[in-house]
Design a binder for this molecule. Structure first.
Ligand SMILES: [Zn+2]
Ligand SMILES: [Zn+2]
Length: 303
């Protein structure tokens, strides 16, 4: 039996001369098909993740595959039992991923590093003089990453260029293998590394998600799960026997990949919290948030 819904993750760097017009047409299309999710459109291309019925997701893929502007997308498709997004959001931005290079900006349709297929990547990981470089944010690699990868402590993608310039020595003269969730950030980031003078740069084709789905490598060499930007929060990657959990509950330290948002609304911080700790002390990042929240609730009902 096949699942009635799909979750699509995709991107395409292209040259869209009229991003606003493209976005208006695209919004009409998505509404017609009842899709939900987040789509960014810019002159440099399109980046989206949507959920919908299997039938309508197939129609959506067909439309984009037949449009010369977006043809050639490597779709990442998960099956599901319902929507994983609360609504549809389509925005026009300056970039489809925010790196904010300003005058040094470029389109990855014109400049990006060599792609490695999952099997090529697995072999390259074992070579000498190689560094694996995680191109994601700190809260993403905290719950999963390739074994031995360099994990830049950056809260957002646009902080990576500065991090690279501050850590050149760790990368100089090395073969750099960089990766991200679905590949879109690396298209840009690897081009940035080339522009910075690193010449031995490679990127994982289709990102961690594709690596985890590949029947040959079965996620080998990846530890933990892969953070995703929808209600699922993470998806499994490593299907070999070596799979393990690398992150811990912030309260008690047991292995956990369970991200929750602090229940005190003004905080709302995303923290790793195991099920037992949540039921024992509430869904709070710190005892302080619990105190403040309980006090403010008491004030509202006048006790
Ligand atoms: Zn715990
Ligand atoms: Zn909090």
């Amino acid at each position: 039996m096949s699942a009635p819904y799909e979750v699509l993750l995709y991107y395409k760097y292209a040259h869209l001369d009229d991003p606003d017009g493209f976005a208006a047409d695209h919004r009409r299309l998505c509404r017609e098909l009842g899709l939900r999710g987040r789509i960014l459109i810019a002159a440099e291309g399109i980046n989206g993740t949507v959920s919908g019925t299997r039938e309508n997701c197939a129609k959506y893929r067909e439309v984009l595959d037949n449009d010369p502007l977006t043809a050639g997308i490597a779709w990442k498709i998960d099956s599901g039992t319902g929507h994983v997004f609360p609504k549809l959001s389509i925005k026009v931005r300056d970039e489809v991923v925010t790196l904010e290079l300003g005058d040094e900006d470029f389109n990855p349709a014109d400049l990006t590093a060599t792609h490695l297929k999952p099997s090529e990547w697995r072999e390259a990981m074992k070579e000498d003089n190689v560094v694996l470089l995680d191109a994601r944010n700190d809260y993403e690699w905290e719950i999963g990453r390739f074994e031995g990868a360099i994990l830049p402590e950056v809260p957002s993608f646009k902080d990576l260029p500065k991090w690279i310039r501050d850590h050149r020595a760790e990368l100089e003269g090395k073969k750099i293998l960089t990766y991200c969730t679905g590949g879109i950030r690396c298209e840009k980031f690897s081009g940035f590394l080339l522009n910075e003078g690193f010449d031995n740069v490679f990127q994982l084709d289709g990102g961690i998600v594709t690596y985890g789905k590949d029947e040959e490598v079965r996620g080998e060499g990846y530890e933990g799960e892969c953070y995703v930007f929808d209600e699922r929060l993470s998806v499994p990657v490593n299907r070999t026997e070596g799979a393990k959990i690398v992150s811990k509950c912030r309260r008690c330290g047991v292995p956990s990949i369970r991200y929750r948002n602090c229940a005190w609304m003004p905080c709302n911080a995303q923290v790793l919290l195991c099920e037992e700790c949540e039921s024992a002390t509430g869904r709070y990042c710190e005892p302080r948030c619990r105190e403040v929240d309980l006090m403010s609730r008491a004030a509202v009902i006048g006790i």
